[in-house]
Design a binder for this molecule. Structure first.
Ligand code: GDP
Ligand code: MG
Length: 177
């Protein structure tokens, strides 16, 4: 192994997108800090969090970006998407409108990035089974039709949160290595 390879480092930008209040900020805080906030306000100040994952004995850093609530105004800027290698496209399984808007988010993501972006469709709030409006099968078939990974998560009870991020990180690593 050459010296170059020995010091090889990976830093991947990942963006989280989707309608307001689907749980984007809580997915990130659950993953990065194991925190959940029932009354979370729009993110102020913090643009991204960095998490390290070990893959094939190498340290891989994911710089995960959260919106500052600007998705409310349909004004997520191109700077937000710039340089992203991965994306989590989040909807809320208890609100069908957020699932119907996935196509719009996907268009926006695709128009701001090249085709090698690792994309994961995330049906969040799967703890709300009793008021579910979008079935698991609907999520799966949309993901299949659009060529996305798919998972259901709960930032509240932690179901699949780590897995969702790490599948994307691993896929990016596979794409670039
Ligand atoms: P964002 O606008 O997409 O960043 O959404 P937030 O992370 O701010 O969450 C919006 C609301 O949904 C907050 O009241 C959260 O407590 C709640 N929430 C987020 N994730 C979950 C979840 O997995 N389950 C449930 N039941 N509530 C959640
Ligand atoms: Mg937020």
């Amino acid at each position: 192994m050459s010296d170059d390879e020995a010091v090889e480092e990976y830093l991947f930008k990942i963006v989280i997108i989707g309608d307001s209040a689907v749980g984007k900020s809580n997915l990130l805080s659950r993953y990065a800090r194991n925190e959940f906030n029932a009354h979370s306000k729009a993110t102020i100040g913090v643009e991204f969090q960095t998490q390290s994952v070990e893959i094939d004995g190498k340290e891989v850093k994911a710089q995960i970006w959260d919106t500052a609530g600007q998705e409310r105004f349909r004004a997520v800027t191109s700077a937000y998407y710039r340089g992203a290698f991965g994306a989590l496209l989040v909807y809320d399984i208890s609100r069908r409108a957020t699932f119907d808007n996935v196509a719009r988010w996907l268009d926006e993501l695709n128009s701001h990035s090249d085709t090698t972006v690792a994309r994961m469709l995330v049906g969040n709030k799967c703890d709300l089974e009793n008021i579910r409006e979008v079935t698991l099968e609907e999520g799966k078939s949309l993901a299949e039709a659009e060529g996305l990974f798919f998972i259901e998560t709960s930032a509240l009870d932690s179901t699949n949160v780590r897995t969702a991020f790490e599948i994307v990180i691993r896929e990016i690593y596979n794409n670039v290595s």
